[in-house]
Design a protein around this ligand. Structure first.
Ligand code: HEC
Length: 142
């Protein structure tokens, strides 16, 4: 019995560890999206998406205020368009040398690649779902 319990604890830890990255199960897309945002985007765009993350000041171009996206792209956010911008591999970005990382490649490289394009679009889709919930729709324009 003494040896079974630690074994069970390890087993449970393994199960939790295995399921955590597979946010895929995704009952709550928005909650998953928020976690992903905190992990990958908040350093630049800030934890509230306002463009004031800790890394922001070291960039030549300030990270966008992601709460204002609907001013530019409409409301609800056009998911496919936003996904394309975030993915970045299609070079839809407007101008100059973008300091915004190419997430399509990053998410692929981060090992999500074993699930192929589906994994990438799923991750980005969740982030976009989250971004849609943080739009500052009170301000008509800026
Ligand atoms: C290394 C800093 C950095 C990180 C990390 C980062 N971004 Fe950005 N992002 C920027 C910068 C700088 C810009 C604006 C300049 C540009 O377009 O190149 C930008 C622009 C954007 C835009 C375009 C806004 C517009 O008005 O068109 C979106 C959308 C965006 N980021 C989403 C994200 C998401 C989602 C993540 C996380 C997966 C993320 N960013 C992570 C720096 C970053």
């Amino acid at each position: 019995m003494k040896r079974i319990i630690p074994g069970l604890i390890v087993l449970m830890m393994v199960i939790v560890w295995r399921t955590a990255p597979a946010l895929a199960a995704g009952k709550d897309e928005v909650a998953d999206g928020q976690k992903l945002f905190m992990q990958y985007c908040a350093s630049c765009h800030g934890k509230d998406g306002m463009g004031d993350g800790p890394v922001a000041h070291s960039l030549t171009k300030p990270p966008a205020n992601l709460r204002m996206l609907s001013d530019k792209y409409g409301s609800p956010l056009p998911a496919a368009k936003l996904a394309e911008i975030i993915d970045g591999r299609d070079a839809v970005r407007a101008h100059g040398t973008p300091e915004m990382p190419v997430w399509g490649e990053r998410f692929y490289a981060l090992g999500q690649g074993d699930r192929g394009e589906l994994g990438i679009s799923e991750i980005i889709g969740k982030i976009v779902a989250y971004l849609d919930t943080i739009q500052d729709r009170r301000r008509a324009s800026r």
